[in-house]
Design a protein around this ligand. Structure first.
Ligand code: NAG
Ligand code: NAG
Ligand code: NAG
Length: 390
């Protein structure tokens, strides 16, 4: 049964920024290798004093490749207002598309090994501003999580609220860090013993007035997740400006989030969350790609990560099913793999309840028992094609 098109679902995760991406930020250390490349055991050096930009010899294969399975985030706007009743589970038992079949196909036929499962905070608490989970709603989301886990893939829990609840910024005029930490403690306690779960603290913070205050919000979530018993899983730390990979360093997110620690003082499995699209305004709303992001984003970011002993995960990227995107997204993925000592993987946007005709649609179509991928997934993202996944 094919789902009825919902005309109310118009999702722009990222509005068009007013300016086009510029060249590499000047604060990023420029590579002038006069000294030998540090060995992989070299201690982290402060930003600005690490010249060589040489990937570790082990670089070449990424740890994760995946797809976003969207639907539970439908009804969320970029100002953090979401309506629980507008969430649309991407599962057939809830009259959504066949997210279960999609994920199974992506794993079995393509070799993908991670899915990101966006969900609105409001859905998890049924529109009540609290950290207490509303079980009736959560069970539906957990159905998607368990379906993901059953494929053998890793599964990213992504709270898709843009650092906000109904227009107000968490820890900066909006909900307290304490409430947000309660939410994360409660989510984490559900999955505390599952090593395949990855905790995505927040989708695309933007226009955050104080990045250091935001880092304390992220710290509160990390502490709550660890204290709930999820002591070892990856936690994704999101920066400002829609988690832009291009401005993660220059706009101060890198230095601020570099201070976030596990309760034991370590940074083990605290990974930075970065997004990047390939269209002219980094909005992920245009069919044509104009950049492969290598010089402006992946190279300088990788340099900073290497110098500081950190890693990042590109949990949203993508483009239209066009020739320009086939060229540039494939180039981007190759560059990420060349920096796989510090970039751990990529997740395409998006499948799930998006129709294949959506401009960035990555939803495969089924005919009989055969699934067919969109041209961009097939050409650039599928590990079966690119052979870039370890
Ligand atoms: C945000 O990122 C966009 C492009 O990725 C860039 O043009 C803009 O200047 C950035 N804004 C800030 C405040 O860094
Ligand atoms: C996690 O714990 C729950 C409850 O104790 C148990 O039912 C489940 O099998 C455990 N899962 C794993 C992966 O260990
Ligand atoms: C980040 O960008 C915003 C907007 O342009 C600016 O106000 C702020 O000072 C920047 N922060 C840092 C640390 O560069």
């Amino acid at each position: 049964m094919s789902p009825v098109f919902s005309s109310t679902v118009v999702i722009f995760r990222t509005p068009a920024p007013t300016s086009v991406p510029t060249s590499a930020p000047t604060s990023v250390p420029v590579s002038t290798p006069s000294t030998p490349a540090p060995s992989s055991s070299a201690p982290a050096t402060p930003s600005g004093s690490c010249a060589p930009n040489t990937p570790a010899a082990t670089a070449g294969k990424l740890r994760f490749a995946g797809v976003n399975i969207a639907g539970f985030d439908f009804g969320c706007n970029t100002d953090g207002s979401c309506t629980a009743s507008a969430a649309w589970p991407p599962l057939m038992q809830y009259y959504g598309m066949d997210g279960a079949g999609q994920m199974k196909h992506f794993v079995q036929d393509d070799g993908f090994n991670v899915f990101r499962l966006p969900v609105g905070w409001q859905f998890l608490t049924n529109d009540v501003l609290t950290g207490t989970i509303y079980e009736q709603n959560f069970q539906k989301y957990d159905d998607l999580v368990q379906t993901c886990l059953s494929t053998g893939a890793s599964c990213i829990i992504d709270v898709h609220n843009y650092a906000r609840w109904n227009k107000e910024i968490i820890g900066q005029g909006g909900p307290s860090n304490e409430v947000f930490a309660q939410l994360w403690g409660n989510i984490a306690s559900k999955y505390a013993n599952n090593s395949k779960i990855i905790f995505g603290v927040m989708n695309e913070p933007h226009d955050i007035p104080d990045i250091n205050l935001w880092a304390t919000t992220v710290q509160a979530a990390v502490t709550a997740i660890r204290q709930a018993g999820a002591t070892t899983q990856i936690i994704l730390l999101p920066g400002n400006n829609w988690t832009s990979a291009a401005t993660f360093v220059s706009n101060g997110s890198a230095d601020a989030l570099n201070k976030v620690k596990n309760p034991d003082g370590s940074i083990t499995n605290l990974v930075f969350d970065v997004h990047k699209y390939l269209d002219y305004d980094n909005s992920g709303t245009n069919a044509e790609c104009t950049t492969n992001n290598i010089d402006d984003a992946w190279t300088p970011l990788s340099q900073w990560l290497r110098c500081n002993g950190r890693q990042a995960f590109n949990t949203e990227t993508g483009g239209g099913n066009t020739a320009s995107c086939q060229t540039m997204l494939c180039q981007q993925v190759q560059a990420q793999a060349q920096n796989s000592d510090v970039i751990i993987g990529y997740v395409g946007w998006a499948a799930g309840n998006f129709y294949p005709t959506y401009v960035l649609g990555e939803t495969p179509t089924q005919s009989g028992s055969t699934w067919s991928d969109t041209s961009l997934v097939q050409a650039c993202l599928s590990p079966k094609t690119n052979k870039l996944i370890a």
